[in-house]
Design a protein around this ligand. Structure first.
Ligand code: ATP
Ligand code: MG
Length: 602
């Protein structure tokens, strides 16, 4: 860069110098020639207009060529005669033959146009700047009216002019060499001042190309290069901020992409994976649920979604259409329900591809199943007592001969079944009110010990009927509690009735209550049938019963624990159930002394 600019400048300067010198030289040399011609003419004109000289010449005509020579010799200084350069000659006026001359070598003279003019009786003083000599031929007579007898011919060989020209030429050449040296130096300086900032710009540009945006160049001058440098600095700064903004946006999108709960995978047109987020990796069961670097393993489209929709068909979809399907990964390691949406993206061949969005609908599907199961359960639970009521009523209606005792038994069943239905409907209503938040608790201050005792006493007879030993123990003083006492009694009744129901005859049921920090703990322990471990997790679901037949036989519908949990949690407390199959069950209820809405009433 520097070198080529330097050479160009040197070349331009040299050409400039040479052309200036050529013009100056030509001008000077031609001026020297013109000056020399003029000088010769002026000298000759002044001599031949000099009357004394001319009259002496006329007189000398009588003495022939020798006489004329003497006169001319006498005036040789005025005529500028110099044997090597300027000579005079006396010529015969008719033939132009040389008769005498100031040089010694008797040269035979050519008949120049001026000599020929003099032969014709005129003054020959025509001049040419290109000729190698300057001359003048003057016919001379003794008398003005007589025929010319001689011609005085003066010829200058331009030696002085040539000497001058040579000198000038030498000076011009010297000046040229000197000028060239200066121009080379100037070019160097000029190119240096121009290229240094340009070089800095080049470095900055390559730094920017490498992604280093922080560097700037100092601006030293206000000239065009200074302005360019400043503009370049501005550009670098704008580029830096723009790129930072873009990078920021990209990071945001990337974070969003990586952290979103929906899985997103992008594939190119050949089915190779371009990108996949952690959610997708987790959902399709490729990685454990952690932040594993999904870029390490990149399954192709065919491997992941080929079975659902072949790649060609996916690419052939015309946006905004898309393909949607539900897919269960039960056959893989994770038991998940996924909704997969596949759509092509990108207009052109090079950038396009297929995007797959994997949406986890496991929870949605589970809720849907729970809902279906719930409806089926409700229908079933109501249908059984209804069928019983209907059949017993029909039997009573159709048979008049049924004895009184059987009639009463039948009516008793009808009443029991109706009660059962009423209870189920009431329980369902309670739960539904809780679900919609329309059943507010009526919180008030209650005496904890009394509350527990009331339930204990109410259930005591039932326990005795089953030959159970039921005990109640308060460990330390129990403070008053802020709660909806009817609801808490409902909870305790259910837990206690469960303990009585699911404990074989002659079991032990122990109620314990104590205070821990600001909580009342109530524990109901039985020595009953216990609950298998696999069922423990689902006991608080609506209608869930371990052994449906047995539970129904015992009058249960599976709603008690669901309601209990709902009530306890709405009081800000918790309920836990521990059990060992065949050994017994312990239910622990923890209730805050000042319940959730404790400040409502007292
Ligand atoms: P409901 O209470 O609505 O009359 P239920 O007693 O059958 O009916 P839950 O109180 O919700 O329903 O109890 C759910 C199931 O948990 C019961 O059906 C029973 O199988 C089991 N279970 C509850 N308590 C005990 C217990 N103390 N011992 C053994 N099994 C129990
Ligand atoms: Mg129950």
């Amino acid at each position: 860069m520097f070198r080529s600019l330097y050479l160009k400048l040197v070349l331009i300067m040299t050409l400039l110098m040479i052309s200036i010198m050529a013009v100056v030289g030509t001008f000077l040399i031609s001026n020297v020639a013109v000056y020399h011609l003029d000088e010769f003419s002026d000298q000759m004109v002044s001599m031949f207009q000099n009357e004394e000289f001319v009259s002496r010449l006329r007189i000398a005509v009588a003495d022939g060529a020798d006489g004329l020579s003497k006169v001319l010799d006498a005036y040789s200084g005025n005529l500028g005669i110099d044997p090597n350069n300027r000579n005079y000659y006396i010529l015969d006026a008719k033939s132009g033959m040389r008769l005498a001359g100031s040089d010694e070598d008797n040269e035979v003279l050519d008949l120049t146009p001026n000599i020929l003019a003099a032969i014709n009786g005129e003054i020959g003083d025509s001049r040419s700047i290109t000729a190698s000599y300057i001359d003048i031929a003057i016919p001379i007579t003794s008398n003005i009216n007589s025929e010319p007898e001689f011609i005085i011919y003066i010829r200058d060989l331009k030696q002085r002019q040539e000497e001058l020209t040579t000198q000038l030429f030498t000076i011009i050449l010297e000046a040229l060499v000197f000028g060239l040296v200066i121009s080379i130096l100037l070019s160097f300086l000029l190119s240096k001042t121009m290229t240094t900032p340009i070089e800095s710009l080049t470095h900055l540009a390559s730094d920017i190309a490498r992604g280093e945006f922080s560097k700037r160049i100092e601006v030293h001058s206000g000239d065009e290069i200074g302005v360019l440098t400043e503009t370049f600095n501005d550009m670098a700064e704008k580029l830096q901020t723009t790129l930072e903004t873009v990078e920021n946006e990209r990071n945001k999108l990337n974070t969003l992409f990586l952290r979103m709960t929906d899985g997103v995978c992008a594939f190119d047109r050949t089915g190779e994976m371009i990108q996949m987020n952690t959610a997708a990796a987790q959902l399709i069961g490729l990685f454990e649920a952690n932040d594993a670097d999904v870029s390490e393993t990149k399954p192709s489209y065919e491997e992941l979604f080929g079975e659902l929709l072949p790649l060609e068909e996916a690419l052939a979809i015309k946006p905004p259409d898309y393909f949607e399907t539900s897919h269960t990964t039960a056959d893989r390691s994770l038991d998940r329900s996924l909704k997969v949406i596949i759509a092509p993206f990108g207009e052109n061949e090079r950038e396009g591809g297929v995007m797959a969005v994997v949406h986890d609908i496991t929870e949605q599907t589970r809720l849907e199943n729970v809902r279906r199961e719930f409806i089926a359960n409700v229908s079933h639970e109501l249908r059984t007592p209804l069928t019983n009521v209907k059949s017993y009523t029909e039997t009573l209606l159709e048979n008049d001969d049924i004895d009184r005792e059987t009639q009463e038994r039948f009516l008793d069943v009808i009443i029991r079944e109706s009660d059962r239905m009423t209870r189920i409907v009431q329980d369902l209503l309670t739960l539904s009110r809780f679900d919609y938040g329309s059943d507010d608790l009526r919180i008030h201050r209650a005496q904890t010990a009394k509350l527990i005792e009331r339930v204990y006493r109410a259930m005591y007879m039932d326990a005795v009927k089953h030959n159970h030993t039921m005990t109640m123990e308060f460990l330390g003083h129990l403070p008053d509690i802020y709660c909806d006492s009817d609801r808490i009694e409902q909870v305790l009744t259910n837990i206690l009735s469960n303990a009585i129901k699911y404990t074989p005859e002659g079991g032990e049921i122990a109620i314990k209550a104590w205070t821990e920090e600001d909580n009342i703990n109530i524990q109901i322990k039985d020595t009953g049938i216990g609950i298998p471990e696999k069922d423990l997790g689902r006991l608080f679901e609506r209608f869930y019963r371990v052994d449906k037949a047995r539970s129904r036989e015992a009058g249960g519908s599976g709603l008690g624990l669901a309601i209990a949990k709902e009530i306890v949690e709405r009081h800000g407390g918790s309920i836990a159930l521990e059990s060992k199959y065949g050994e017994g069950t312990t239910v622990t209820i923890v209730l805050p002394v000042r319940g959730e809405d404790a400040n409502v009433a007292s």
